[in-house]
Design a protein around this ligand. Structure first.
Ligand SMILES: [Fe+2]
Ligand SMILES: [Fe+2]
Length: 256
């Protein structure tokens, strides 16, 4: 039988993947965390002893992954924008929109950072992840707004002209209803003193991507400088409660 006639088994695919990873990394063995496997629909983890037994002459990767853009020793938020955030346009467009509408620097920054959870980490609960990443470095109102946009975007607010996004009907179906934890979060946020800050993220969230819009991170460097407390040691090395998240983003395939 032609070996290409049947689909590969999961373990064959895994072997091939490991082979490819190691080939690309030369002397080091890169590992995929369980979360990466879960995203492929597999509840599994890379086996340390198994990989080591198969590659007795190689050590596991314990630092930078050479396939990814190199990060400086003391990385700044801007370095993460350039080297780890998979997409900048949506963030820049939202922030540009907020800037043109004359909003405060806090709101512009919140718009600029509102989806970094998606752009760098994970889609599920991205508002919470993004807020946690930036919390030690921004005004509390900014991280609060980023966290709450997760829930607010599902609920209209006619007072500011915010409708339920058409895109969500296309993406999730007309009968999609947010889960109870999202509804409860929305209700808490609605009565909060910073409600409008989170709401403004939704208002400036550009759902239909405009490929012709001219946006540039350079336009926001000064606002970041004034409103994001960049640690001297570099993001990830400053012992903040979210430093480990930035390190993980820097070194996503470290063995430990
Ligand atoms: Fe979002
Ligand atoms: Fe967004």
């Amino acid at each position: 039988m032609n070996e290409h006639a049947r689909p590969q088994t999961l373990s064959e695919r895994a072997d091939e993947f490991e082979e490819r990873m190691m080939h690309e990394l030369g002397e080091r063995i890169a590992t995929r965390s369980t979360l990466f496997h879960l995203a492929d629909g597999e509840v599994t983890m890379d086996s340390g002893p198994g990989l080591k037994a198969a590659n007795p002459d190689k050590y596991f990767l314990m630092g930078a992954d050479p396939r990814l853009p190199k990060m400086p020793d003391q990385p700044t938020l801007i370095d993460f924008f350039h080297n780890r955030f998979a997409s900048l346009n949506h963030l820049l467009q939202s922030a540009t929109h907020a800037l043109k509408d004359g909003h405060s620097e806090k709101i512009v920054l919140a718009c600029l950072l509102h989806d970094i959870g998606v752009a760098s980490f994970i889609r599920c609960d991205h508002g919470y992840w993004g807020a946690q990443m930036i919390e030690p470095y921004v005004d509390e109102e900014v991280s609060w707004a980023v966290r709450m946009h997760q829930a607010l975007r599902f609920f209209p607010d006619p007072s500011v002209g915010y409708e339920y996004p058409e895109m969500y009907v296309k993406y999730f179906g007309a009968d999609y209803k947010p889960e109870p934890y999202i509804v409860a979060e929305y209700e808490r946020a609605r009565n909060h003193k910073w409600y409008m800050s989170a709401r403004l993220i939704c208002v400036n969230d550009i759902y239909s991507f405009d490929p012709n819009a001219k946006v540039n991170l350079d336009d926001f460097v000064d606002i970041i400088g004034r409103n994001f407390r960049q640690p001297e040691e570099g993001l990830g090395f400053d012992n903040s409660p979210s430093a480990h998240m930035w390190r993980t983003l820097m070194w996503p395939t470290r063995f430990l």
